[in-house]
Structures are given as structure tokens and as C-alpha cells.
Design a protein around this ligand. Structure first.
Ligand code: IMP
Ligand code: MG
Length: 176
């Protein structure tokens, strides 16, 4: 645990119920299709794994890893692809899965890249959304929870690469 200064924002039960609901909704929307789920590493790995087990349509999985450039260039939304997809998505129905949308810069960059590869369709699913911090508008098709402008960890999300393994979403108090 990050210490007693961390407080639970979303419980394990709430997360699991919402992920199941998203899985049902996505399965219904993709009925008759075979979507490719693209998970964004590392933050989305646990969400993708749980969501995967609630999908009832034939589905395949691929992953991308990205990292932001230094703080100076962050406002440009330039992200570096650390690991690209293994397979072509041309002509495929793609569901991009993110852990959290904050400024929206990372996601809008990823959407641009994926759209340039000519998928049949592109939808986006994020577990968490911090709309207060948005700098660019991004299209979100599925959203787990809207959260206030606080730094959160757990369920895949990290602070300095730690706490990804926690089962709930916690707010990390300043200085903890
Ligand atoms: P954006 O480009 O500002 O939308 O940032 C998205 C990325 O910043 C996410 O994929 C996370 O890796 C990271 N991030 C933003 N907010 C948080 C948070 O509260 N906790 C942990 N990581 C965060
Ligand atoms: Mg991330």
C-alpha cells in the first residue's frame, strides 16, 4: 500500500462491476465483428486482461507502448512509440483501450496514428477520464469512470512504476 495517506477512490468491487458492464456493452456493439483490441502499455494491462474475459465476440489482442517526450515538448502531444503493433490493422475494427485520459494528448496522438493505418473502424475505451485536465478534445466511445483532478494509482496505474498491482484505484496524497 502507498501508506495511510492514500485513500481509496474506486473499490475493487466497483471496478469489477463496471468492467463487466463495459464488456457486455462492447460485446453487443461488436456483434458479428471480430475486433482487434489494442491495449496501451503499461497502464492498461490489467484493465485489458479483465475486460478481455467479459468479451463474448471473437477478438484478438495487440499492444502498443508509448512514452511522452520530455516535459518541454509535452504540450505538443508528441509521444514516442516504444513498441508498435505486431499486426496490421488495415481493414480491421479496432478498439483502443487506455487506462486514463488526462490532457488527452497521448490519446489524440494514438488515434491519429491508428487512423492513418486505415482501420475499418476505430473506437476508444478508457477506464478513467479526468475531463478537468483536457487540453485537446478526444473522442471517447466507452468510459469506465469520470474522476476528479487527482493523481491516482492502482489497477495498472503507477506512480514511478509502483502500485500498478493494487486492486483498487487510490488517490495518492501529496508527499506520500
Ligand atoms: P495525457 O496524455 O495527459 O492524457 O496522459 C495520459 C497518460 O498520463 C496516461 O496514459 C497515464 O500514463 C498518465 N497519467 C495521467 N494521469 C495519471 C494519474 O492520475 N495516475 C497515473 N498516471 C496518469
Ligand atoms: Mg498510460
Amino acid at each position: 500500500m502507498p501508506g495511510e495517506r492514500a485513500k481509496v477512490l474506486i473499490t475493487e468491487g466497483e471496478i469489477q462491476a463496471r468492467v463487466a458492464e463495459l464488456g457486455r456493452q462492447i460485446s453487443a456493439d461488436y456483434l458479428g465483428k471480430e475486433p482487434v483490441v489494442v491495449g496501451v502499455l503499461k497502464g492498461a494491462f490489467i484493465f485489458v486482461a479483465d475486460l478481455a474475459r467479459h468479451l463474448t465476440v471473437p477478438v484478438s489482442f495487440d499492444f502498443m507502448a508509448v512514452s511522452s517526450y520530455g516535459a518541454a515538448t509535452q504540450s505538443s502531444g508528441e509521444v514516442r512509440i516504444v513498441k508498435d503493433l505486431d499486426e496490421s490493422i488495415e481493414g480491421k475494427d479496432v478498439l483502443l483501450v487506455e487506462d486514463i485520459v488526462d490532457t488527452g494528448l497521448t490519446l489524440s496522438y494514438l488515434q491519429r496514428i491508428l487512423l492513418s493505418r486505415k482501420p475499418a473502424s476505430l473506437k476508444t475505451c478508457t477506464l478513467l477520464d479526468k475531463p478537468d485536465r483536457r487540453k485537446v478534445e478526444v473522442a471517447l466511445d466507452y468510459r469506465g469512470f469520470e474522476i476528479p483532478n487527482e493523481f491516482v494509482v492502482g489497477y495498472g496505474l503507477d506512480y514511478d512504476q509502483k502500485y500498478r498491482n493494487l486492486r483498487e484505484i487510490l488517490v495518492l496524497a501529496r508527499g506520500s
